[in-house]
Design a protein around this ligand. Sequence first.
Ligand code: TYD
Ligand code: MG
Length: 461
Amino acid sequence: MAKSKTQFVCSECGADYSKWQGQCGECKAWNTLKEFREATGAAARQPNFQDDKRTGFSGSRSQIQKLSDVSLEEQARIPTGMGEFDRVLGGGLVSGSAVLIGGHPGAGKSTLLLQTLCHLARQLPVLYVSGEESVQQIALRAQRLNLPMDALSILAETSVASITETAQETRPRILVIDSIQVMHAPDVESAPGSVSQVRESAAWLTRFAKQTGTVLILVGHVTKDGSLAGPKVLEHMIDASVMLESSGDSRFRTLRAIKNRFGAVNELGVFAMLDVGLKEVKNPSSIFLNKSSEPSPGSVVTVVWEGTRPLLIELQALVDGTSMGHPRRIAVGLDTNRLSMILAILNRHGGVFTGDQDVFLNVVGGVRVTETSADLATLLAVVSSLRDKPLPKDWVVFGELGLNGELRPVPNGLERITEAAKHGFRKAIVPKANAPKKPIEGMTVIGANRLDDVFSAWADV
Ligand code: TYD
Ligand code: MG
């Protein structure tokens, strides 16, 4: 039995420690340190998969090259055939890259991959390795989803050494591991799913991918209790990490890039889980909006910029007299500090006092807003709820608020207004600098300099 060195690794952030402690010194999470045995046997001496000049990795000694001499041809993207998936990846899969698809069990990771791979397999050699489901289960699902089944190679296996051995013989261009939590590497003693196994197995597989120019797709389950190694442990090893999450309505799934060496992060892809598998939602704005006919107080529609496209979302506020001494400010899907700042601006420059009110704010549909363009909508939602006065149904607002009560422009103003017009909105209140020079058909745009301009436009209704 190979000797091994014991270490402790945080399953949240991947920080290393030589001794166990209750709290991780890096990310401050409690009880996340897991024992990790560094392999010194075969796992430490990983085989050299291919001495390949093209990828620049070799088992023996790598050569220095000039950046301009590096061959770029293999960087060509492989489109997955699903537009929303490609968008999140930054335009398709890149050869030699490792992609992690994370999500809660049942999110639809296996379904998404099975659907894309069955189609991709017709053009490229692809290997789908399942350690969770039997080959029969996969075949049954593919049949039920009516997918082309003739080209996809599948393998039920959980040993990374056997997987890379098979892959070296069959040379797939795309290798899918479903999931990394059930894989085990040689000479690592701990149970599959433990930090050590996940880390060693992923290292083994990414090394294979880099050396052979194979696209590696790892599936990783996220659990709340942290009993399995979270994908955080893997994040430094992989090139792109995407999360498949279910948003408010359980039918919809959002795919979001957390890290991407080959594209924009915060790109959002939207899917619907139907009885025929995952379907792309080409027009996601429509699903996050409430179609009810009655305008309701506290509800405001705004346009946020998600990666490379506009997205219409609805903000809801509930403002209610506080029953305890200390008023509460709770924001779901939005930064609570930002909400407090907006309430201060509202008091100082809008003359609306909320110091004796609890303020709850929610972004409908489970969307997370990180942009400042939602400031104006937040403020109006609060005022609308406080006064019990709805905003007209066909209004859309966006803009950043400055601490002096001024409205500041946000990027891509025109695209945002056009998107809102496409969805039937007729009046847009935006920062003056975002108001387009040319009129937009069917849309009245009010360019506002300050909060006062916004309130007087609302008073005129
Ligand atoms: P799955 O891809 O197995 O999830 P993961 O691999 O992320 O754990 O998806 C399983 C869920 O998706 C399950 O709850 C059933 C649902 N589902 C559908 O609603 N329709 C379908 O056509 C399929 C294949 C799954
Ligand atoms: Mg699965």
